[in-house]
Design a protein around this ligand. Structure first.
Ligand code: SF4
Ligand code: FE
Length: 496
């Protein structure tokens, strides 16, 4: 099947019977729900840009499995060039949506599961890799969006999965049947889960023999029996429900999405099971998925950062301070930080290596450094954007006030006229244009988009400490000590 258009993708969601709950109620027509739709528009952009001839090189690739042209989001990286193009594609999409476009979790899961299943088979003689390839060909041929589901609720963080008071706090195999397994548990803050046709579920931490039942990886349709999702709310989300909301939503078309995904005894046929008890490979799968997703942040967050910087520059212009040297310097700093993140995304891709099965993986140390920087720099970028914009981004009246005909002034001026009079800025913009920029910045810094830019920069793809552990493991301290000894003239002590 050919690549889907954005419109075909949206239509394809209508055919699913995905169970979605929000504000305590079932949402039947979730595709057109005003809170959910912006996140669907975002994923649709990953389809729309793949149709655009000017973005073909970034948005599409040739499948190593079928030789067909596919969307890059369904691709297994075959070279460092593929890894670099992935990051560039994500920057492009960040620029086009100023939001989380969600489809990367599936792409990163494909690449992690593809190489890990090969290595599980190598050790145990299982047939997971071929099974996974079959599933992936189906995904590629149908141009599907898949949620890569990793994060378990985890309960008491000091305890392993099997030690939890409630055994469901990590996804587990509840029952083994001749034709498949029954799984129970949940995955939390799942990016784009409702907008995905399928899910790939992976373990969330390295595991020991006692956690065997939790060492499970499988694929299942998003509308499988026993599976349901509870929408994660975002700051200011109910603004999207308001009539005449206008500019108050900040980003009128796009948004991110996270949900709690519950597996309430879901049957998974054997053909979709890619790990079943091989606990010694749970850590590899987690590290690879996390590594790929930490690389991803060197693309998507940079693209969103580009838009934030652009909006801050517009705010400066509309405030009439664009020529002030300290404003220019703040914009330079924002660009410096943003391009540093991009450099990390590109660097870990350039230094990528072939895995045992022939696919390519990022340099783990640099990918973790990339994400560690992402836990910091967007905060500074946002701080500088708020600094440049000024306090109005959090104190201005509503869209309705700006358009209100209610008379308030001594000479019959309306609320709208008064707002437009007193919130006027520099030359070259209308008051409304100036307000739109502030609303966008409010949205990205504090509103519903903050989940996809600011807080997600901290916790998405693993919280900062997770990267620090990987940096410690990968940074070859013994080798560095030897280098220092050699230079200084300290003899290596031989073990007796
Ligand atoms: Fe993609 Fe970034 Fe969203 Fe992750 S946070 S799914 S990398 S856009
Ligand atoms: Fe994310």
């Amino acid at each position: 099947m050919a690549l889907m258009t954005g419109a075909q993708y949206i239509e394809s969601l209508r055919k699913l019977n995905t169970r979605v709950y929000m504000f305590g109620e079932k949402i039947d027509n979730w595709v057109d729900h005003p809170i959910i739709r912006p996140s669907i528009n975002c994923v649709a952009m990953t389809y729309a840009l793949a149709q655009d001839p000017q973005y073909q090189d970034l948005m599409t690739a040739t499948s190593n499995l079928t030789g067909e042209k596919i969307n890059r989001f369904c691709h297994i990286h075959q070279s460092t060039e593929d890894l670099i193009n992935k990051v560039k594609m994500q920057r492009l999409l960040g620029q086009k949506t100023a939001s989380c476009f969600q489809r990367c979790v599936g792409m990163d899961a494909f690449n992690a599961v593809y190489s890990t299943t090969y290595e599980i088979d190598e050790k145990y003689g299982t047939g997971y890799h071929e099974r996974f390839k079959k599933f992936l060909i189906y995904v590629q041929n149908n141009d599907l969006t898949v949620d890569g589901a990793m994060t378990d609720p985890k309960g008491d963080r000091s305890k392993a999965p099997h030690q939890q008071a409630d055994p469901d706090l990590f996804v587990r195999i509840k029952e083994v049947r001749p034709d498949g397994i029954v799984v129970r548990g949940a995955k939390v803050h799942q990016t784009g889960s409702i907008n995905s046709h399928w899910h790939i579920v992976m373990p969330t931490i390295a595991m020991g023999p006692d956690d065997k039942d939790y060492a499970v990886c499988f694929a299942c349709p998003s509308d499988a029996e026993g599976l349901y999702m509870i929408y994660g709310r975002q700051s200011c989300d109910t603004r999207k429900l308001e009539e005449e909301v206008g500019m108050d939503v900040g980003n009128p078309k796009f948004g991110g999405q996270e949900a709690l995904v519950v597996f309430d005894d879901v049957f998974i046929p054997n053909e979709y099971v890619f790990m079943q008890g091989e606990y010694d490979f749970a850590g590899m799968l987690v590290e690879r998925f996390a590594g790929f997703h930490r690389q991803s942040y060197g693309g998507c967050k940079v693209g969103v950062g580009d838009v934030v910087i652009g909006a801050a520059a517009l705010a400066a212009e509309y405030n009439g301070v664009a020529k002030a040297s300290m404003v220019k310097d703040k914009l330079i700093e924002m660009n410096h930080l943003n391009e540093t993140l991009y450099s990390c995304g590109i660097a870990c891709s350039c230094q990528g290596k072939e895995t045992k099965c022939g696919s390519y993986i990022i340099d783990m140390l640099l990918a973790n450094v990339c994400k560690q920087n992402v836990t910091r720099f967007p905060y500074e970028i946002v701080r500088l954007a708020e600094d440049i914009a000024g306090g109005l981004m959090v104190t201005m009246p509503s869209n309705r006030d700006f358009h209100s005909d209610t008379v308030v002034g001594r000479n019959g001026e309306t609320i709208g006229e008064i707002c437009n009079k007193f919130f006027v800025g520099g030359q070259g913009c209308t008051t409304e244009e100036r307000m739109k920029v502030f609303r966008f910045l409010e949205n990205i810094c504090l509103g519903s988009a903050a989940v996809g830019y600011r807080t997600e920069s901290m916790h998405g793809a693993g919280s900062p400490q997770a990267q620090r552990i990987m940096i410690q493991r990968q940074s070859d301290m013994e080798g560095k000590k030897s280098m220092a000894k050699k230079i200084i003239g300290i003899a290596e002590k031989t073990e007796k």
